[in-house]
Ligand binder design. Structure first.
Ligand SMILES: [Zn+2]
Length: 52
């Protein structure tokens, strides 16, 4: 999950060891602190790298 702010440079990306809830929580925190609109994008699964 990639979470970013529409109004400033804030962003958060969850890594494999984190859950989506972590990104959601920090997004809510940013909204509460700043009143900014935060967008979330669910990243596609990692692409399989094919040997050519
Ligand atoms: Zn912001």
């Amino acid at each position: 999950m990639y979470t970013y702010c529409l109004e400033c440079e804030w962003q958060a990306t969850t890594v494999a060891s984190e859950t989506d809830a972590v990104a959601s929580e920090s997004a809510i925190e940013h909204f509460v602190e700043t009143g900014h609109t935060v967008e979330s994008v669910r990243l596609p699964p990692p692409a399989v790298i094919l040997e050519s």
